[in-house]
Design a protein around this ligand. Structure first.
Ligand code: AMP
Ligand code: GLY
Length: 460
């Protein structure tokens, strides 16, 4: 069967079935590759660099990379590879290559790529830029001030804590590094000592390099968090944003929201407490002004966006934009998509409306991590899966920090190679059934030092 896709603008016409390139190496990229593999319009998926899970996934093959996709050399390597392989569509997982202009490079080469261009990627790459965008277009968010001078930032922090001195339930101060910091750029300082430590580390000692040279000091909002991922197709002052079903990430390492922050210990979709009234509030106070701003700024944003929301007093506040899909939210949201993901990508690029259709039911997706994570962690432990027990639950494993054991005959023989090793993504007709299946699925996985939370979807 041949389908023809005509794409507007500088993109080429291409024919289906096509080859796709997914960039990244985590559980999110495994999920993207798995979902794309379900399309009869996709004949093959290359994943650069991929991981042990994508190596074994149907229609998928990992691409060895000499350089990182966030570098100019790595991006050029991927463009050359895509030309040789006649890739029809590129999907980028992580933010760093986007912030470093991978979309501009592929578009210049005439290859269809889903993602914001470098300028639009500043919505994530610079907190100062994104907060000024929110303020300019009236997107509801926490009050904040930005600083490039460490002494002025310290003075502002002192002013905050002096003003609340003596108040037993004094609100903390949120300190955000301006640039990308791989999840290490936000500190919630409970007192002036913690604030001074964070500001000195970021601004004076450059613990995050240039990413922390400027900061945003932000009002702390107490509430519950919700993630909304969405498809964005904005170019030349026109376009739309189509939100996906809601998801919730659980960021703290231990049950009950305790312990250090992580990249995400598990997710659910949809979120039961994202009510119709909240959805309406989100649309009016966050989504619509964001879309207006993207058009007014003449952004070229044909990709995915992540709205990180805090719900306080039944109102939505935007904590952050990410210019990509979330991890682990993707592992809960994509399995509920009742449409062809390759079609959605083509519609995003072509600026066409697309009818999103969702399966009824829920997904619970806990993450299994290596011992020690999010600090320094064990590596090189063999991962065993009781496939009979896993199959009974219907759960799907999406791998992240896992690689093929050297010399192993089968791609399925894996060992741990990263902090967040895998996600068990389980569907149920309701949230409780999804939770039961996900945790039965986790029982089928073994590796030394395996750790996971028991309350994914239960804690708010
Ligand atoms: P961000 O990268 O801005 O999303 O921040 C990372 C995490 O820090 C969020 O997911 C929240 O848990 C927390 N956070 C960020 N900003 C605030 C805020 N203004 N009030 C409370 N918590 C926040
Ligand atoms: N789950 C949070 C993120 O992807 O940034």
């Amino acid at each position: 069967m041949k389908f023809v896709c005509i794409v507007r603008g500088s993109l080429p016409c291409y024919t289906y079935p096509m080859k796709v390139l997914v960039i990244g190496s985590g559980c999110r990229e495994h999920t993207l590759a798995w979902k794309l593999a379900q399309s009869d319009k996709v004949e093959k998926i290359f994943v650069a660099p991929g991981n042990g899970g994508t190596a074994a996934e149907e229609k998928c093959e990992n691409v060895f990379m000499v350089d990182d996709a966030a570098t100019a050399e790595g991006q050029e390597e991927l463009v050359q590879f895509s030309r040789r392989e006649k890739i029809g569509l590129v999907v980028v997982g992580p933010e760093l290559p986007l912030a470093e202009g991978i979309v501009n490079r592929f578009r210049a080469a005439g290859i269809g790529i889903v993602g914001p261009d470098k300028k639009a990627a500043r919505l994530e790459a610079s907190k100062i830029y994104s907060k000024s965008f929110m303020e300019k277009y009236g997107v509801r968010t926490a009050r904040s001030r930005d600083f490039t001078d460490a002494e002025k930032a310290l003075a502002c922090a002192r002013e905050h804590f002096n003003a609340v001195a003596g108040n037993a339930s004094a609100p903390p101060l949120v300190i955000k590094a301006d640039g990308l910091a791989a999840g290490k750029g936000v500190v919630i300082a409970a007192n002036i000592t913690e604030a001074e430590e964070a500001l000195s580390a970021f601004m004076k000692n450059k613990s995050l390099g240039e990413a922390g040279a400027s900061v945003v000091l932000e009002e702390f909002l107490a509430g519950r968090e919700i993630s909304v991922l969405a498809a964005v197709s904005v170019v030349s002052g026109n376009g739309s944003i189509q939100p996906f079903i809601s998801a919730r990430d659980h960021k703290r390492r231990f049950d009950g929201g305790k312990g250090p922050n992580t990249g995400g210990m598990g997710s659910i979709a949809p979120v039961p407490d994202f009510t119709a009234a909240l959805k309406d509030d989100f649309a009016k106070s966050i989504l619509e002004p964001t879309l207006d701003g993207m058009k007014a700024e003449n952004m070229d944003y044909r990709g995915f966006i992540f709205f990180g929301l805090m719900i306080k007093n039944e109102r939505c506040y935007l904590l952050e934009y990410n210019v990509r899909l979330g991890d682990p939210e993707t592992q809960a949201v994509l399995p509920l998509m009742d449409f062809d993901f390759a079609d959605l990508c083509a519609a995003i690029l072509a600026g066409q409306d697309f009818m999103l259709k969702w399966k009824q039911g829920s997904v619970c997706a806990p993450v299994a991590v290596a011992d020690g994570y999010p600090g320094s962690y064990r590596k090189g432990d063999t991962i065993t899966v009781d496939t009979t027990a896993l199959e009974k639950t219907g759960a799907k494993l999406f791998f992240g920090g896992a690689k093929k054991i050297a010399g192993a005959g089968q791609a399925a023989e894996l060992q741990t190679a990263g902090g967040r090793v895998l996600t068990v993504s389980a569907y149920g007709k309701n949230a409780d059934e999804a939770w039961d299946r996900a945790y039965q699925g986790l029982e089928a996985i073994r590796f030394s030092g395996i750790g996971y939370r028991r309350d994914i979807g239960k804690e708010r």
